[in-house]
Design a protein around this ligand. Structure first.
Ligand code: 16G
Ligand code: ZN
Length: 521
């Protein structure tokens, strides 16, 4: 471990420039082994830097049911990563004592990476570091090679659920058959089921090969997926991918777009999905996480209603959700909404408090959670002789729709199938979908400051608490713009403060973002 370097287990694990991070990966291998002994279940270790540039790398642990590492262990991870080599054994002992870890238990690690180890040397040594750390505690490691992040979450959850043979192929079979089953039912009532192609920018990441496999299992006669940015020539996440398209509000470099064709982008580890298109005047139209959430939630709500099933449905958003998406859901659709700080773990946790929780970050990361009891209720309704044929049909569609969802974490591939299925069912083109509400123009910016940690936020990051003069300054700026809203928050993954602004026109949103950036600076 180099001196004077501090790292912290942030929003989604450790992340940083790949060179010199072996010690972090080694220690996370050890921590995963300890957690496995404690939970008496397999733990996942994923090597990914998500939407970050190719030279970055990251590592995160996945808990037994495929959920994010428990928050109480994040600080243990940070402490373990930061001690000197001399203090390492002592720190491990402390963790073992404080968590009462039964050392004699066996441990099992499921491991995967989003980067090809053969053609990227630092990735190979980082992977080895994890495996070495894990075997220092005698853990058995199953190296799954290349996977998307959500695939590892899925495999881990199935494995710990008792399906010890689960592998990548199982993932494809499961979701391909779920999708085909829903499409079968949906197209029964149509004379000519139409499939128009969807073009998917895979950010030159692992998603390209995996999506191709999934599409093959489904069959080209059922879904027509055109993979773009498959990594053959371009660089990972460079001028492409979900984060680029969302933040820049433009198409990936080199993509020739046609009006009303459906385009989608994944991020580098395929846990984010956004859609976009051009309107008839060739204006760029983004359908981000908010629009996907609105599509999912209204589809679920409509089918619950048609099936006369009474369940509590909620949507979970963050401060980044477009103001008009929130208005649409609350005022026009009467759907319950909750807001949490940024980071999947917060959204996921909140989603679980509803019978059916739809959560999405505007950046395209999201999924649906539904507990087994509710799923059973829906399945039972599909065969309930006391219900009308129409009610049973709606219940059946809902059950099949929920089967397409990877409940462990946001999954770009599953979410893509879910969107495509709803559009098919509704007979909608992308046009009807984007018109459900019109987004307020918005802008994101980032500001480099000496120490971003002096900014403290509250109210799900919608208000600045410290420094105390910042929020009044933001309020005053916001008042100048019709439909203005803005917030700032320290990034959990980069050494910057992020700024978000929205207003009635793009010019005003840009202006507000700039003014607020100056106030932060
Ligand atoms: C991570 C989070 C994502 C969040 C982003 C915010 C997970 C799996 N991922 O990528 O949810 O939107 O960080 O980054 O939790 P920021 O703090 O740098 O804005
Ligand atoms: Zn990601």
């Amino acid at each position: 471990k180099p001196d004077n370097v501090r790292v912290s287990y942030g929003t989604a694990g450790f992340r940083g420039n790949a060179s010199g991070m072996e010690y972090v990966f080694f220690r996370m291998g050890m921590l995963a082994a300890l957690r496995s002994k404690l939970k008496e279940a397999a733990i996942g270790v994923m090597v990914t830097a998500s939407h970050n540039p190719e030279h970055d790398n990251g590592v995160k642990l996945i808990d037994p049911q495929g959920e994010m590492l428990a928050q109480s262990w994040e600080s243990l991870a940070t402490a373990l990563a930061n001690v000197t080599n001399d203090q390492l054994i002592e720190q491990l002992k402390q963790i073992i004592d404080s968590q009462k870890i039964p050392l004699s238990n066996t441990s099992f690690i499921k491991f995967a990476s989003v980067v090809g180890r053969a053609n990227w040397p630092s990735s190979l040594s980082l992977s080895r570091a994890v495996l070495d750390g894990a075997s220092a505690f005698g853990a058995t490691c199953h190296d799954h090679g290349l996977l998307t992040t959500p695939q590892l979450h899925y495999i881990l959850a199935c494995y710990n659920g008792g399906d010890i043979k689960v592998d990548e192929e199982h993932y494809y079979q499961n979701y391909a058959s779920a999708f085909k089953a829903l499409l079968n039912v949906v197209s029964l009532c149509k004379l000519n089921p139409v499939t128009s192609p969807v073009t998917v920018d895979c950010a030159n990441g692992v998603g390209a090969a995996k999506l191709t496999k999934l599409a093959e299992r489904i069959g080209a006669n059922i879904i027509d997926i055109v993979v773009y940015n498959d990594g053959q020539s371009g660089k990972l996440n460079e001028n492409c991918g979900a984060d680029y398209v969302k933040v820049q509000q433009r198409a990936p470099a080199g993509l020739n777009m046609e009006p009303f064709h459906r385009y989608a982008s994944f991020d580098g580890d395929a846990d984010r999905l956004i859609y976009y298109t051009l309107d008839s005047d060739c204006n760029f139209i983004l359908l981000d996480g908010d629009k996907i959430a609105a599509l999912f939630a209204t589809y679920i709500r409509d089918n619950l209603k048609k099936a006369s099933i009474n369940l509590r449905l909620g949507i979970i958003q963050t401060a980044y959700a477009n103001g008009n998406s929130t208005n649409f859901l609350i005022n026009q659709q009467n759907i319950e909404i909750a807001c949490t700080p940024t980071g999947v773990k917060y959204l996921h946790e909140k989603a679980l408090t509803f019978d059916i929780g739809v959560y999405f970050e505007a950046n395209g990361h999201g999924t649906i959670t539904v507990n087994q009891e509710c799923k059973n209720k829906i399945s039972a309704a599909a065969f309930d002789p006391n219900k009308s044929a129409e009610e049973r049909f709606a219940a059946k569609k809902l059950k099949l729709f929920l089967d397409i969802i990877n409940q462990t974490v946001g999954d770009a591939m599953c979410d893509l199938l879910a969107v495509e299925a709803i559009l098919q069912d509704k007979n909608w083109s992308v046009k009807e979908w984007y018109r459900i509400y019109t987004e307020l123009p918005n802008r994101q910016a980032k500001v480099q400051v000496a120490d971003r940690r002096i900014i403290e936020t509250g109210d799900a990051e919608r208000k600045v608490i410290l420094p105390s003069m910042l929020q009044p300054a933001i309020d005053e700026l916001v008042r100048k713009y019709p439909s203005g809203r803005s917030f700032v928050r320290p990034s959990g993954t980069e050494d910057v403060v992020r700024v978000y602004a929205e207003a009635n026109t793009q010019e005003n949103a840009d202006d507000l973002a700039q003014q607020v950036s100056l106030a932060v600076y």
